[in-house]
Ligand binder design. Structure first.
Ligand code: ATP
Length: 608
């Protein structure tokens, strides 16, 4: 049977190679050196005690045959059994604690790295990939630390100690154990050569299923409206089929490997009994020694079996770790940060061209724009003109294909992520209330903010409702708790800006979800709060533009007009037409070129 291994889907987050995974594993282990050494020490004593028992048993057999007393040996046997129980318990306790701590550390590292991932990287990979890594790979790798590491260590120790005991009791019978080496080597090598790729492919197929199902669920209404059900079904079937092929391949590997191993276990026991029996009848070895070695052989096979059983889980765990470490590589790839720091909040765009990765067409065509620190620029224009794209470039979420987007003289995308987040905040109309207390929702922006600072921020954005909450800042929000309306959720997002205290704030239709009155109230409150910062406001309502220091009209990826309200009205161009249309002048759009453009501007004005 030769099932092809499905290839890696392009665009997903990176997967770390074996040396990188090994380094990550050892780095984590090094954080718990003392605990690891204690666990190994305890298991070693338990293994030695377990090896002593069969040797004593053999001696007792020989003494019984010779008719000599066995009291001391019997006492020794009891003591060794008690030692096995006590040290195994203590070793298991310490090693499981160790495993839990390592697993917890790995989870924390993963979450921190995932949160640091730049938005475009996640967007390109698809959220399904990141979700699968956090929901399936992290638990899988957790098993590696929690159970795999202790089990494998204990089994390895037992194999070494029992083998040493066998060689000590009878070097000849000890060597009989070697008959298991060739089948073990061949079988394990065959399996390991294929398993990593197989399990990685299985995991990737799960990521793709996650993405496809997520996309179908998100676009359920569109699917229904355009009768795309069959197409989405086909896409789902294809991903399930890919997963099925990947899972069948790993099943094939297991169904060959494990039966093969089971068959080879009989070999060393048979060898010890045959060789031991022959030498016993020759009088070259005692019955007790043969019995000791036969028991030790069984004892060795048990941890070997355990080890091989864990080979599969360890493979799965390491495959999962490759994907977890891959997230670090995606992050590192972005970590080529500059040491320069912005001088102030001046925003400069110079000859910026940009195309989304999914399309070769430029959506910005050489935009040049400068906003001095502390100024407020409103950006208006028809839908699809490129306003949000401009916002993403100024926030550093995306990098221009050509040209430069800088804050305070430094390329914004080259700033380290923490610095960038401190300097510039992008607020969109998407807002999310986390299922947590009001305080937790706010301190995301500033972990050490005092309650006083939180209340001031809420007051500044006019979130008066927050002061009537029954449990104040501790009131649980989101999920099955208190559901906030869009306006209140947006106010929380705006309060976070105040707490984050950035030099540059980009409001991308930030008040679009609010009704006109609430939006005006919030914008008025924000006016004071944004004082002194550079503000780029993608203006949804024309009064926002009117209040700005300057207005940029963006059309088809270009800045078509730039000036303050009065200048642009006097210019009599698109902005003036928009303004008049907004005020209900039915002849307002007469100056705009072409019926298509008129429609766009009419729609833009209607939306304002
Ligand atoms: P709106 O006012 O409707 O939000 P906008 O002026 O903000 O529009 P952008 O969202 O910047 O316009 O879009 C500019 C162009 O880029 C549009 O043609 C849009 O279809 C395209 N575009 C936007 N986002 C993406 C994306 N993720 N992938 C590919 N193309 C995109």
């Amino acid at each position: 049977m030769s099932t092809p291994v499905p290839t890696r889907a392009s665009g997903l987050l990176p997967v770390a190679d074996t040396p990188a995974v090994r380094r990550a594993f050892l780095r984590l282990l090094a954080t718990e050196k003392r605990r690891a050494a204690t666990a190994v020490g305890l298991h070693l004593v338990a293994a030695v005690a377990a090896a002593v028992a069969p040797i004593l048993l053999g001696d007792m057999l020989d003494r019984l045959a010779a008719g000599t007393p066995i009291d001391t040996l019997a006492l020794g046997l009891v003591a060794s059994i008690i030692a096995v129980v006590v040290f195994t318990w203590a070793g298991t306790f310490v090693s499981h604690r160790l495993g839990e701590r390592l697993s917890a550390r790995m989870r924390v590292e993963f979450v921190e790295r995932a949160l640091r991932l730049p938005m475009p990287v996640v967007e390109q990979a698809g959220s399904g990939d990141l979700m699968t890594r956090s929901s399936a790979d992290v638990p899988e790798a957790g098993v590696l630390f929690r159970d795999g590491l202790p089990q494998v260590t204990v089994s390895l120790l037992k194999v070494v100690v029992f083998l040493a005991a066998m060689l000590w009791a009878s070097p000849l019978l000890g060597l009989c154990m070697l008959v298991i080496v060739p089948p073990l080597y061949i079988g394990t090598r065959w399996y390991l050569k294929r398993a990593r790729r197989g399990y990685l492919a299985e995991r990737e197929a799960e990521s793709v299923i996650g993405d496809t199902i997520g996309a179908s669920a998100d676009g359920a209404r569109t699917t229904e409206a355009y009768r795309l059900g069959a197409q989405r079904d086909a896409a789902g079937d294809a991903t399930v089929d890919r997963h099925w092929r990947a899972a069948r391949y790993t099943l094939f590997l297991r169904s060959v490997f494990f039966p093969f191993l089971d068959g080879s276990y009989a070999m060393p026991t048979a060898a010890v009994l045959i060789v031991g029996g022959a030498f016993y009848f020759e009088g070259a070895i005692s019955l007790g020694t043969v019995a000791s070695c036969a028991v030790l052989t069984r004892q060795i096979l048990f941890p070997i079996d355990h080890l091989l059983m864990w080979v599969e889980k360890v493979q799965r765990g390491f495959a999962a770790m490759s994907r977890i470490e891959g997230v670090a590589e995606a992050e590192d790839a972005e970590a080529d940060a500059t040491a320069e720091r912005p001088a102030d909040g001046t925003v400069d765009l110079h000859g910026v061209r940009y195309a989304y990765p999914s399309s070769p067409r430029d959506v910005l065509h050489g935009v040049t724009l400068s906003v001095p620190a502390g100024q407020r620029l409103a950006v208006v224009g028809p839908s699809g003109a490129g306003k949000s794209t401009l916002a993403r470039l100024i926030s550093g979420s995306d990098v221009p294909r050509e040209g430069r987007a800088a804050i305070g003289g430094v390329d914004v995308a080259a700033l380290p992520l923490d610095e960038r987040r401190r300097r510039v905040t992008l607020v969109t109309q998407e807002h999310h209330v986390f299922t947590a207390s009001l305080r937790d929702n706010l301190v995301l922006a500033k972990a050490d903010a005092s309650d006083e600072a939180l209340r001031e921020a809420l007051a500044a954005v006019g979130a008066d409702w927050a002061f009537d909450l029954p449990e104040g800042l501790d009131t649980p929000l989101g999920g099955k708790h208190r559901e906030l309306d869009a306006a209140s959720a947006q106010q929380i997002a705006l309060a976070r800006i105040i707490l984050a205290d950035p030099d540059v704030v980009i409001l991308d239709e930030a008040t679009a979800m609010l009704d006109p009155r609430a939006a005006r109230d919030t914008e008025r409150a924000l006016g004071a709060v944004l004082e002194g910062r550079t503000v780029i406001a993608i203006a949804h309502r024309l009064h926002t533009a009117h209040d700005a220091d300057r207005i940029a009209v963006v059309e088809d990826g270009r800045v078509a007009e730039l000036g303050d309200h009065d200048e642009l009205i006097a210019l009599g161009g698109h902005y003036a037409a928009l303004w008049r249309a907004w005020h209900g002048d039915e002849h307002a759009l007469e100056g705009i070129d072409g019926p298509g453009e008129q429609d766009e501007f009419a729609a833009a004005a209607k939306n304002m």
